[in-house]
Ligand binder design. Structure first.
Ligand SMILES: [Mn+2]
Length: 255
């Protein structure tokens, strides 16, 4: 059985206001039950996350966005769910509350502030996925799986680490551990995202197509173009959060 000391939480932070209104306000973090390692000035997410992995010795390392809120009781639920996962799927290496299966179907349960609704449904068993949403990645240190430090930018590292875990013979699972993603609209999938997409397409060319929560990685980037087109009217990302994280958690019934 896991214990609270077996967990460490890592976040790359570029807005301390958002951190304090979301992730740092999560009851398990505010009480100090989960240690938080906040990284500032990261040059790429995979580099920042690997550095954080080296700085702690926790068995279970949680990598979360600064705009994620862990509802009250989350750590106890995680201890139970991940202990069960280790019993039923001993080869698990990566997990998360929201993912996409190899056939493109989504599985998980999170409240999404931008969509103003819950994504996914309650009551699913741990499900093998080919990609996990980067809002929260749960890594099991004993697997030896790490982020690819060659990966630039701040995109597609969730899909990449899942594919690496699978390639190394481990499992990656969506588990029912709902959180609030107090996100703001993403204005563009050009520049940084398009660069990461091109890299991932080359790296995983033997596995394509790979479905992600944004669009499919495929030999021809039609899915990327479609996703870019759908976002053509999304204006600049707003500076302020759309909602109060704790109110969303209560509204969702998560606490
Ligand atoms: Mn986010």
């Amino acid at each position: 059985m896991l214990k609270p000391e077996d967990f460490c939480l890592v976040a790359a932070v570029n807005d301390d206001g958002i951190l304090s209104q979301c992730l740092a306000r999560s009851p398990d973090v505010a009480s100090g039950r989960i240690r938080l390692d906040a990284i500032r000035g990261a040059s790429s997410m995979s580099q920042a996350y690997n550095d954080a992995l080296d700085r702690c010795d926790a068995q279970i390392v949680l990598f979360a966005h600064q705009d994620v809120y862990l509802p009250a009781g989350w750590l106890d639920r995680a201890i139970e769910a991940l202990s069960k996962l280790a019993a039923s799927h001993p080869g698990w290496a990566v997990a998360g509350p929201y993912g996409v299966m190899a056939d493109g179907r989504h599985v998980g349960r999170v409240w999404d502030a931008t969509m103003c609704r819950e994504l996914g449904d309650a009551g699913f068993a741990p499900t093998l996925v080919g990609s996990l949403d980067e809002l929260l990645l749960i890594l099991r240190r004993v697997s030896g799986v790490r982020f690819d430090s060659m990966l630039l930018d701040f995109h597609l590292y969730g899909t990449d680490i899942v594919q690496m875990a699978l390639a190394q013979g481990h499992g990656a699972y969506a588990v029912e551990l709902p959180v609030v993603h107090n996100n703001r609209p993403v204005g563009t999938l050009r520049s940084g995202y398009a660069r990461a997409y091109a890299h991932a397409r080359r790296k995983w060319r033997a596995q394509l197509p790979i479905w992600t929560s944004i669009c499919a990685l495929s030999r021809w980037p039609f899915a990327l173009w479609r996703a870019q087109w759908r976002r053509r009217r999304v204006s600049q990302r707003p500076d302020a959060l759309l909602a109060d994280a704790r109110e969303l958690a209560r509204h969702a019934g998560y606490e």
